[in-house]
Design a protein. Structure first.
Ligand SMILES: [Zn+2]
Length: 207
């Protein structure tokens, strides 16, 4: 897949304005990706090539909310980068990995893609990243607030035209004009248009 394909495929799982950067990193590292529908045991992983000529691969759980998905994919991409440079000579979550993960996460912090509360917690988390976001309890707790089932819902009626929102099940849409009681919304990734009731519950993602 090229950058454009990766970006189109991944953007339904990622916060707005992050897919192009992730796609570029994937292509630069010649990475393959597997998306798991509902794996409970882990959020993601990195697999080094098993034989010459095979590509390194990462996998990420798509049941994660977009912010958790982003943090997980950056975590795995940092593993791929470190593996490419050092092979197995360094620890998986050692200083080299921490530096690489931090550097890549800072791109998104600097682009202000996180809500304020998450941004503060991630800045703190990056001082000494743990082996997984779920090992960082404060971050894990805050991230859970962005699961659609956990958050106090907003109604689509309350959003502005152009806002990006996520609904139960993880699909993302961009809100469009109102047609009587419904809103013309475009699904991110497929670009299909849906008429969605203003009373549907959703979580607003930063546009
Ligand atoms: Zn790891």
């Amino acid at each position: 897949m090229n950058e454009k394909d990766y970006s189109e495929n991944l953007k339904i799982y990622l916060p707005p304005q992050t897919a192009d950067i992730i796609a570029k990193w994937m292509v630069n590292l010649a990475l393959r990706i597997t998306l798991w529908k509902n794996r409970k045991t882990k959020l993601g992983d990195f697999r080094s090539p098993r034989k010459p000529g095979e590509k390194a691969a990462i996998s990420v759980n798509v049941s994660l909310n977009p912010y958790a998905f982003l943090i997980t994919i950056v975590h795995e991409i940092a593993h791929a980068h470190i593996y490419k440079i050092y092979g197995r000579k360094v620890k998986p979550h050692g200083i080299e990995w921490k530096d690489e993960y931090r550097k890549r996460m800072l791109v998104f912090l600097n682009n202000r893609i996180f809500p304020d509360d998450l941004e503060r917690e991630i800045a703190h988390h990056l001082k000494n990243p743990k082996a997984s976001a779920s090992a960082d309890l404060n971050l894990e707790k805050l991230l859970r607030n962005y699961n659609v089932s956990k958050i106090k819902p907003t109604f689509i009626d309350d959003l502005k035209v152009g806002d990006v929102f996520i609904v139960q099940g993880g699909r993302q849409f961009i809100k469009g004009e109102k047609i009587r009681t419904r809103h013309k919304c475009v699904e991110r990734g497929t670009n299909r248009v849906y008429l969605i009731s203003g009373l549907m519950e959703c979580v607003n993602l930063l546009a």
